[in-house]
Design a binder for this molecule. Structure first.
Ligand code: SAM
Length: 261
């Protein structure tokens, strides 16, 4: 569907995505709260508590498209608060240096700053530098609200599979497909009018937020994405409904997990 702005050709997508996040980096956390009415925080909490980092001992984690470190902070807090684990580590990876800079600044105020528990790295999820992100290295790979911005989802999944240890977990939190027609209608109204409007008011940047809304609509529905995960060699996880994913808020967002056997 086209909503009054042109569809971006795949070859332009990467630089556009970089520009989008460059222009929103400093207001990103504020906009996240405003556009989801704070709900992204609850979804991220659910995502991380589902993964129970620290339960079976310290983990080596990689948080890809990690932006300003929302997931990384939750992983480290969860491990410490629930399991007194101060050895779990998270490497935050993002294609955008501005987002990482915001993240670094934010972590300065936490107890993890200047410890081996957190580090920030500029890299592309689709081709993680093999010498830096070596094969069979991580216990947990997370990607939250990031994979839909990548040009090639299969390449991201292939890299996730490569860097995970056998037995390691892949976990993705992403906007997804709402199946209930009424909820879907309300959600469309809200996202195509309110989010770009809030982008204009809060960040002075309508186009970037309009792009974000469109990217959500283009992302494959839950069963299709689960198949892509399996095609990359993963065994998909068992969720509450026995399927490969758990819908949050009727599918507005969704958690997929999978294991590298
Ligand atoms: N995970 C964070 C969160 O949940 O708050 C950030 C999500 S933000 C919506 C999406 C992030 O994906 C941005 O920081 C963007 O720079 C990053 N990104 C987009 N394409 C990427 C790619 N190919 N490789 C790595 N990061 C990418």
């Amino acid at each position: 569907a086209s909503f009054g702005f042109r569809t971006v050709p795949e070859e332009e997508k990467e630089s556009l995505v970089k520009n989008v996040f460059d222009s929103v980096a400093s207001s990103y956390d504020l906009m996240n709260d405003a556009s989801s009415l704070g709900v992204h925080r609850l979804w991220k909490d659910t995502f991380v508590s589902t993964l129970r980092p620290g339960k079976k001992g310290p983990l080596r984690c990689i948080d890809v498209a990690g932006g300003t470190g929302d997931i990384a902070l939750r992983i480290l807090d969860h491990a410490r608060e629930k399991y007194a684990d101060r050895e779990t580590t998270v490497e935050v990876v993002d294609i955008n240096g501005q987002m990482l800079k915001e993240g670094f600044r934010r972590f300065k105020k936490t107890m993890y700053h200047n410890t081996p528990q957190i580090s920030f790295h500029e890299a592309n999820a689709q081709e993680l530098t093999p010498t830096q992100f070596t094969d069979n290295t991580y216990d947990l790979y997370t990607i939250a609200f990031g994979i839909r911005n990548c040009t090639s989802i299969p390449d991201v999944l292939k890299e996730a599979h490569r860097v995970l240890k056998p037995g390691g977990t892949f976990a993705c939190l992403e906007f997804s497909r709402v199946n209930n027609p009424l909820l879907s209608l309300a959600y469309d109204q809200y996202s195509f009018t309110m989010i770009p409007l809030m982008g204009t008011i809060l960040a002075g940047d309508r186009a970037s937020y309009q792009y974000l809304v469109e990217s959500i609509r283009k992302f494959p529905p839950q069963p299709e994405f689960a198949n892509m995960i399996r095609d990359a060699g993963f065994t998909t996880g068992k969720h509450v409904d026995g399927g490969a994913w758990t819908d949050l808020w009727g599918g507005i967002a969704c958690i997929h997990t999978a294991v590298k056997l």
